[in-house]
Design a protein around this ligand. Structure first.
Ligand code: ZN
Length: 120
């Protein structure tokens, strides 16, 4: 009849060896930081290495002002009278009284038509 493995001497030898080894290593690892003095941060600024010079590409010429169409803000402004159906380029046209200044597209959206005197 064979002995169970846990009754063999070498089993316990191995267990003891493993346990001692594990405890010992854990103790060593745990104690080492506490024993070591506060690490004096010694900052010796190393000479900043000069960055490898990247080949500077030839600067592309700045694109000149693009001839893009003017934005809405620059839309032509016209004058619409209080009464009437024409919009004018001049507020003094047709003896308007208190004309309102709107954009040309707004005037057309409101149903106004160009004045034949201003907009020939
Ligand atoms: Zn007019």
């Amino acid at each position: 009849m064979k002995k169970p493995f846990y009754k063999r001497w070498w089993f316990w030898a191995v267990v003891a060896f493993v346990v001692i080894g594990a405890v010992g290593s854990s103790l060593e690892a745990g104690q080492e930081p506490a024993q070591s003095p506060a690490p004096t941060v010694e900052i010796t600024s190393p000479p900043t290495p000069t960055p490898t010079p990247t080949p500077t590409p030839t600067p592309e010429p700045e694109p000149t002002a693009s001839p893009a169409p003017e934005p809405e803000a620059a839309e032509a402004l016209v004058w619409i009278p209080q009464t009437g159906s024409k919009y004018h380029s001049s507020p003094d046209c047709s003896n308007m009284k208190d004309p309102a200044q709107v954009t040309l597209s707004q005037a057309e959206a409101l149903g106004y038509e160009p004045c034949k005197r201003c907009f020939g």
